[in-house]
Ligand binder design. Structure first.
Ligand code: P6P
Length: 348
């Protein structure tokens, strides 16, 4: 038998997962496949951004009061256009849109809800640092697809996701996704010559403890004492616990998360006093923390807001922010012990 010419495509993999699930109707497969098409288009634009005049800001400001880069706008539009026509969604939520994105009346609707950050880390676009698209997929609580989508359809705890993942546009374009329930976390690398995402990282498991901590220490002055003590802990020399850890911080959540997923470690965006309007830090629960928390849990890791599991948070607002501690289970549990004040119990 000759060497496999192509390898396992993402479509083959999704279909094999669909066949394992007797209730699967193929709707989910259509949805994920359209997301893949959107990512291929975004990847092409990201990779030629340096050549074509789509760099630089549009001069507009998004709902997060951040300058919108042209590629942000482009990625947001592509994802909405690709998903709105497939007849599987009741609505969408994007980091770039203040309100729920409804499905135009001319298209049939379905019962899936997709939440996404179309291009996370966009401030790094101009300096050629890896950026990414983050997505989470929910089923709308049982109701007729044609009924008006309500905020309650989107504001579900992260544990209710039926799938989640991300695309990272870096030295190569990689898709990481999981459908939860022990199905594993799988990675696919885009082969531009084939135009397909091919299986490259099967059943990813994050090391139980890492040697890397990722945090913006420029915020040290804005942290409370527990947060400072926790970060100082990772920097203190102690041979028995493999400290000090190595510091790695890209400033692009998908890049920092992806490295830690493969190598082990902890990414932290603590609450801080830097911006009174963002006391919980700058990361968003629905479109950043929940999808990555769903992925890391399936890979054997953990994600906490410092007091408990991210996936158990009951969302109150579409764009609410949360402190985020995510990665190797033992490291995140340690961080949680510091922030929740249970550190002494842990060391008892
Ligand atoms: P800071 C990018 O803007 C982003 O939302 C995440 O991708 C990244 O982890 C974080 O902000 C970086 O924020 O405050 O350290 O620059």
């Amino acid at each position: 038998m000759g060497k496999k010419e192509v390898g396992t495509t993402i479509t083959q993999h999704i279909l094999s997962k669909q066949r394992e699930n007797s209730e699967a109707t193929g709707a989910f497969t259509i949805l994920l496949n359209e997301l893949v098409v959107a990512a291929k288009v975004i990847s092409r634009e990201v990779n030629k951004a340096g050549l074509v005049d789509i760099l630089g800001a549009t001069g507009t400001i998004n709902v997060q009061n951040e300058e919108v880069q042209k590629l942000d706008l482009f990625a947001n539009r592509i994802i909405i256009e690709r998903l709105q026509h497939i007849g599987q969604l009741c609505c969408m939520c994007s980091e770039e849109n203040a309100d729920i994105i409804e499905i135009p009346a001319r298209y049939p609707k379905g019962n899936y809800v997709v939440v996404f950050d179309p291009l996370d880390g966009s401030s790094n676009i101009d300096v050629n640092i890896s950026i990414g698209t983050i997505f989470g997929i929910y089923k709308r609580p049982d109701c007729a697809p044609e009924t008006e989508p309500l905020l309650g359809d989107i504001l579900q705890p992260g544990m209710k996701q039926v799938a989640a993942g991300y695309f990272i546009y870096g030295s190569s374009t990689v898709m990481i996704y999981t459908t939860g329930n022990g199905s594993g976390v799988h990675g696919f690398t885009l082969y531009p010559s084939v135009g397909e995402f091919l299986l490259s990282h099967e059943d990813i498991k994050i090391p139980e403890r890492g040697k890397i901590y990722s945090v913006n220490e420029g915020n040290y002055t804005y942290w409370d004492e527990k947060t400072r003590a926790m970060v100082d802990y990772f920097k203190t020399k102690d041979a028995d616990t493999g400290r000090p850890y190595t510091s790695r911080y890209v400033g692009s959540l998908v890049a920092d998360f992806h490295r830690n997923l493969l190598k082990g470690g902890i990414f932290m965006y603590p609450a801080d006093k830097k911006d009174p309007k963002k006391p919980s830090g700058k990361l968003r629960l629905m479109v950043e923390a929940n999808p990555l928390a769903f992925v890391v849990r399936e890979a054997g890791g953990y994600a906490s807001d410092g007091n408990g599991p991210i996936l158990e948070i009951d969302p109150k607002e579409l764009h609410q922010r949360t402190p985020l501690y995510i990665g190797s289970k033992k490291d995140v549990e340690l961080a949680e012990a510091f922030i929740s004040g249970k550190k002494n119990e842990l060391c008892a």
